[in-house]
Design a binder for this molecule. Sequence first.
Ligand SMILES: [Zn+2]
Length: 436
Amino acid sequence: MVLYTPGRTSSYPDIPVESGIRIHFLGGGDEVGNVGVVIEDEKSTRLLIDYGLAPSSPPRYPSEAPPVTDAIFTHTHIDHIGMAPWLVGNHQTKLHATSLTASLSRVMWKDTYKVSSIEGYPLPWDRRDEDEANEAWEVHNYSQWVEYHNWKWQLHPAGHVPGAAMIEIDTPKYRILHTGDLDTRDGPNSFGAKPVECDILLLESTYSGKEHPNRVEEEARFVAKVVEVVERGGIAIVPAFASGRGQDVLRILHSSGYDLNVHYDGMGKTVSQKWLEHPEHLRDGDAFEDAFRWSKRVRSKSDRKRALEADVIVTTSGMLDGGPALWYLNRLRMDNRCAVLFTGYQAEGSGGRKLIETGSIPIYGHNVEIKCELDRFNLSNHAGHSELVSFAEACNPKHVILFHGDPETRPILASALEQKGMTVHCPKNGESIIID
Ligand SMILES: [Zn+2]
């Protein structure tokens, strides 16, 4: 993958749409994350949905977006929102999302900028673009149509994380639904997404061909492991993403009824404060607030030392690529009563993946052996294979476009949907799909 150079690497076709709808993937076609899709019709009405980056080292970027007046963001994960400041800085694009997504974007961009400075990878946008982007938001409630040239569009809850939205676009020819990241199951903090009838469905396919274990049972297995670790005198270290997973873990532990001493560290604390400012986006705002206040928030160096006497430490980064998690791991690495409980996907090349595969992990420049127990739990907030199939069937589209998928496994979902009579498209990055 070529490193993104603004102004040089646009894959966007420089020709008008002859007829129908053109759906072009700047990124996030045959890969998970790094999303950007442009939808345009023959009247040159054009919208961009999501514009993110992949926070690998070095980061990867979608190809350059063409000029767009308006972009809609499905949710606040960095692989969907990370390049929005570039859009505003270069094209003065107006940004649209739910109020919670808009409010969290500020936290996410700030962190992305900080990480890039620490790691020495220059971003394609700077502080000034970021400031302009913070002012470029227009926020929307769910189920409220927005007129847009000869189209109109509205947002629907997408599950996944609080504030996440699916986008329904009504064009003269077709009704289109873009799912963003999707979960149809109720999670600890968000309600599952409901299908929307459409002609063209853009469906995320992260879990194509993969089924989740029963969520209730998996949560119970997680709690049981935490209790086991605590009873033998150890600490359960739970690396968790700042936006979604950490808060889910707090809710699960709090509602388990066990008397646990849980410390919460990292950027998730700031994200949680934003959640509490927008309780209408939470499945149960009061219950989340109780769980958050129940945890001991780590705010200082001395708090961090105190956390070494905790039962559970929930902290970033979710893939052990940095953040306070490494500080704790370094302190507790020799203690085999402790355990690292992974609750999320560990990407190729991440610290978490290295730890699982080799039993050691780079910390502050040294490869360190970890004696703690390692265990993995599936607390995913993406729909699994069967849920994706049922969701697509209930939307009853003619065309399905599978994006945000692993090229190896995506064909499994494609053939399942083809068997149900849908026409399925599997775009690669840089490809356009034209539906006449
Ligand atoms: Zn996401």
